[in-house]
Design a protein around this ligand. Structure first.
Ligand SMILES: Nc1nc2c(ncn2[C@@H]2O[C@H](COP(=O)(O)OP(=O)(O)O)[C@@H](O)[C@H]2O)c(=O)[nH]1
Ligand SMILES: [Mg+2]
Length: 349
């Protein structure tokens, strides 16, 4: 089973990371965990799962989740400490970059500065490895090992040159084997990223500046603190205040779904009277990976997957009906799972 994807919440200190962490996970930030980071799970709301659950009335309904890590954040002044501060993010599968939209006007500038810090931290790792390889190459070693070191060195020098030209390694269009060769460095600049602007109350209805959208086309905005405060009000007051502010609803659920997608994750569903469940897998994963997410035995003994697309399922209502309506498919190991697929794995155990 692949563990929940971990998403590191990052940005400059004071940009509202802990507030965002609280908003997304419901877990109260613990100031004592400032240095090590604090983890919390967010359930990803999904109207499709709600619908399935209403059909099957299962004993249990289980949504997909993301694990968020609240981090101390970067210092705008003491830059030298930032690579160390970014160290706790190496294990994260992706980054949620929080920009301060309540008392800092220049959002694009913030993102640019933040990305510089990421590149700087990655360059440090790559440079250290380059000097180690150079040392190693000076010693007499088996020809085969030497060749491997030289190859790695050439790749890392290309990456270092990219950083120095203010580009990330993504711009190099690395081949699969090259990406594999550098995977263990867990470069921050290669992780999927979602930008979230933490909006102040006074900027509720202002569109995000074009300059920011040019840097981060999928950037999201949410009045995080305000939403949390409104959430705590009694229903009547809440509606009155929201009407006054011109707000039609909360953005949190949609933000969670967008972060989930930006992290490269999709879901498939399993259904039944026991449990309806959304399973998270990377986009592009095949049916065996999906089976393994449910249980390693199902991946090992995988025979076939019974699959119905979500919309087809919604139209016909059950696996049985799907068979008579010709929307039921039997798929093999290499079938690429589609977001929303309803699957039943057939395995020999
Ligand atoms: N006005 C306003 N203040 C906020 C907002 N979000 C966070 N803050 C305040 O900004 C300060 C820093 O927030 P915090 O979440 O601790 O930032 P962190 O250092 O990135 O974790 C706190 O005093 C928050 O109450 C917001 O949307 N609007
Ligand atoms: Mg904090």
């Amino acid at each position: 089973m692949i563990a929940d994807m971990k998403v590191g919440i990052v940005g400059f200190s004071g940009s509202g990371k802990s507030t965002v962490f609280h908003w997304l996970t419901g877990v109260k930030p613990d100031p004592g965990k400032g240095q090590t980071g604090q983890a919390g799970i967010a359930r990803i709301p999904d109207p499709r799962l709600d619908w399935l659950s209403a059909q099957f009335q299962p004993r249990k309904t289980t949504p997909a989740t993301l694990e968020f890590l609240d981090t101390p954040g970067l210092l705008a002044t003491e830059r030298r400490d930032n690579p160390r501060r970014l160290g706790i993010l190496r294990e994260s599968g992706g980054l949620l970059v929080v920009l301060n939209g309540f008392n800092e006007p220049d959002l694009a500038g913030q993102l640019r500065r933040f990305r510089e810090e990421l590149m700087f931290a990655d360059l440090e790792i790559v440079s250290n490895r380059i000097s180690r390889l150079n040392d190693q190459l000076r010693k007499s070693r088996p020809a085969k090992q030497k060749e491997a070191d030289e190859q790695e060195l050439a790749l890392l020098q290309r990456i270092a040159a990219a950083f120095e030209a203010d580009q990330t390694p993504a711009a190099l269009g690395l081949k699969d084997d090259e990406e594999k060769a550098i995977r263990s460095f867990q470069l921050l600049t290669l992780k999927p990223e979602q930008v979230l602007v933490n909006l102040g109350e006074d900027r509720l209805h202002q569109p995000l500046p074009d300059e920011l959208l040019a840097l981060a086309p999928g950037a999201l905005a949410a009045p995080v603190k305000l939403e949390m405060e409104l959430h705590e009000l009694p229903e009547e007051d809440r509606q009155m205040f929201m009407a006054d502010l011109g707000l039609t609803g909360f953005t949190r659920d949609e933000v969670l779904r967008k972060i989930f997608a930006a992290m490269g994750q999709i879901v498939f569903f399993t259904v039944g009277e026991d449990e309806c469940r959304a399973w998270s897998i990377p986009k592009g994963a095949d049916a065996v990976v999906g089976a393994g997410q449910i249980h390693t035995d199902l991946a090992r003994g995988f025979v076939r997957a019974e699959v119905v697309g979500y919309e087809d399922f919604q139209r016909v209502g059950s696996m049985k009906e799907a068979k008579t309506h010709g929307v039921y498919r039997l798929e093999g190991k290499t079938y690429v799972v589609q977001d929303g697929d309803i699957m039943h794995i057939l395995a020999s155990t």
